[in-house]
Design a binder for this molecule. Structure first.
Ligand code: IMP
Length: 194
């Protein structure tokens, strides 16, 4: 069965292809499905935004769809950047903005978490939502060169996400956790193919 991933992000496509193929899904991108829409992320939560993206594509294609939304929530900043994570500053300046907003904030008030919410709409229009989170703290400087986005300032213990290998990050990350919730659901619903 074909399944559309409501993104054209090549990294997400590769990751979801690996996860979904054992359940009999052939994952195609929005572009490959011929759906040329850019859905505005107007929701107040990750779930609302993921739903908006998934539903817009499902309504056109009437095929199973997966969409996700993710971001960083910092307690001291009342949950910011949250759903605005991708737009918090110009590319290359987002970590710097957070670091300056957290300047002088003591260690115990630097708590934060990443959230990844994946919405799956099945072949009948039924919806399943998988949420994964990952708790950490905002560091005092950028550390490490792996990963992307806020990874250099997101500390888990004494290492930043950007100091972890892809496998190490995946085993604890919000995205890894959300994908594992989705996998359990797919296994129950469709069974795993040999
Ligand atoms: P989106 O889910 O593709 O809309 O991404 C939202 C934004 O959240 C990204 O552009 C990053 O800035 C941030 N973000 C989401 N996941 C991660 C992560 O694993 N590491 C670092 N930043 C992330």
């Amino acid at each position: 069965m074909k399944l559309i991933l409501a993104t054209n992000n090549q990294n997400k496509l590769r990751e979801f292809r690996e996860v979904l193929s054992p359940y009999g899904f052939e994952v195609i991108s929005q572009h490959e499905a011929g759906i040329d829409i850019e859905v505005e992320e107007t929701g107040n939560t990750f779930e609302e935004n993921a739903c908006l993206k998934a539903k817009a594509v499902y309504d056109i294609a009437k095929l199973p769809v997966i969409a996700d939304d993710s971001g960083l929530q910092i307690d001291f900043l009342n949950g910011a950047p949250g759903v605005f994570s991708a737009r918090y500053a110009e590319p290359g300046h987002r970590c710097e903005r957070v670091l300056s907003e957290m300047d002088g904030v003591p260690d115990d008030k630097r708590t934060a978490r990443f959230n990844c919410t994946i919405v799956f709409i099945d072949e009948n229009g039924g919806k399943f939502c998988a949420v994964g989170t990952c708790e950490g703290k905002i560091g005092y400087e950028k550390r490490g060169t792996n990963g992307f986005g806020y990874d250099p300032i997101f500390m888990m213990g004494d290492k930043s996400f950007a100091e972890l290998s892809a496998d190490e990050k995946n085993s604890v990350s919000h995205r890894g956790n959300a994908i594992r919730v989705l996998e359990r659901h797919l296994e129950e619903k469709y069974g795993k193919q040999e």
